[in-house]
Write a protein that binds this ligand. Structure first.
Ligand code: KG4
Ligand code: ZN
Length: 330
């Protein structure tokens, strides 16, 4: 079995994955939404201190599996250095105690492996990764070679939901709150412009859209009515998703792979899932989705990646360090 640890942001999570069957024998995570909600986003220092308390609690819950653990996989990049270090410190200690090797897991590759939980991996594929920290298009050529081809010029997709929710006083994380409020709103009431429609390169940007939302809020009588809030959420979500769909359309013209994966915490968004399904059907490509419960950060995806690394003997010395930013190819 592989024990995997995820602490790159605000989820303290540990999983146990059987190498031979890929079965997830244990998975638990403790989220910190309530603690970060007053701040409208994740505060790394608070997240780090909460990991220090939560990770040992989750480890205690799976201690019966420890004698069967053959390697420990831990997320070491990208993420907040001080939160990654909490998971890395625990992984080092476990490797020393259990006399097993360490596997350094790349968080974004972990999200790709969320498509392959309890089943064989299917490479190559193209991927749209949408989370609080990233908005990326990448070619996942194979396990050893994932190549980022487009990123956001400013905010990420998930972050823009968090910031709009903060402007409307709705709490954190903004994605699920905005999605649910949008269902009661008129998505055509505010004619926000789709970002980067004529940009020369495939790229993403959400800061202009966020600013348009801010101006729309300021133009309305205060305090906003529930209907105003719902209409803003619906109009914002429609344009944010249309922006992703427009850039994916451009990307598909230059991609040769038949499979397309949608991953990351914000891939739980229903409008986004439906828009991409329509787009990929039109292009004759297959859309791969992670189970809803494993879209946001979790250790099960790190464990699934860990199994692949274990079988390839991709081990790392106990000098492993946290690296906040990712390389373009990983
Ligand atoms: O992958 P994730 O759990 O953490 C990071 O690696 O960042 O993604 C969390 C992000 C948050 O910004 C959250 O607001 C967003 O994903 N999110 C959503 C939805 N559910 C979560 N965004 C839009 N629609 C959703 N349903
Ligand atoms: Zn993530």
């Amino acid at each position: 079995m592989i024990l995997s640890i995820e602490s790159s942001c605000d989820d303290s999570s540990i999983a146990i994955t059987e190498v031979a069957s890929l079965h997830i024998a244990f998975h638990q995570k403790i989220s910190q939404d309530a603690e970060h909600s007053p701040h409208g986003g994740v505060v790394p220092e608070i997240a780090s201190r909460l990991h220090a308390v939560a990770l040992p609690r989750v480890l205690a819950a799976c201690s019966s599996f420890l004698p069967r653990v053959r390697a420990v996989a831990v997320t070491h990049t990208p993420g907040f250095a001080i939160t990654l270090l909490e998971g890395i410190a625990m992984a080092h200690a476990l490797c020393l105690c259990l006399h097993v090797p360490l596997i350094a897991a790349h968080h974004l590759k972990g999200h790709i492996y969320s498509l392959f939980l309890e089943k064989p991996a299917l490479f190559p594929l193209d991927v749209l990764l949408v989370s609080g920290g990233h908005t990326l298009l990448l070619h996942a050529h194979c396990h050893e070679n994932c190549e980022i081809v487009a990123t956001s010029l400013d905010d990420s997709f998930g972050e823009s939901f968090d910031k709009v929710a903060k402007m409307l006083g709705l709490g954190y994380p903004g994605g699920p709150i905005i999605e649910s409020l949008a269902q009661k709103g008129d998505d055509a009431r505010f004619a926000f412009t789709i970002p980067l429609a004529h940009h020369p390169n495939i790229a993403f940007s959400f800061s202009g859209l966020k600013n348009s939302v801010r101006l729309a809020i300021a133009s309305l009588p205060q305090p906003l009515s529930e209907q105003d809030k719902a209409d803003i959420c619906a109009s914002f979500q429609r344009v944010a998703v249309a922006h992703l769909a427009q850039q994916v359309t451009r990307f598909l013209r230059q991609s040769r792979y038949a499979r397309f994966g949608l991953v990351g915490g914000a891939s739980a968004n229903r409008l986004l899932r439906e828009s991409l399904q329509t787009l990929l059907d039109k292009n004759g490509k297959e859309l791969l989705l992670a189970p809803l419960a494993f879209c946001s950060d979790n250790a099960a995806m790190i464990g699934r990646l860990g199994v692949q690394s274990y079988l390839l003997h991709e081990f790392h010395p106990l000098t492993l360090c946290a690296v906040a930013r990712t390389e373009r190819v990983f």
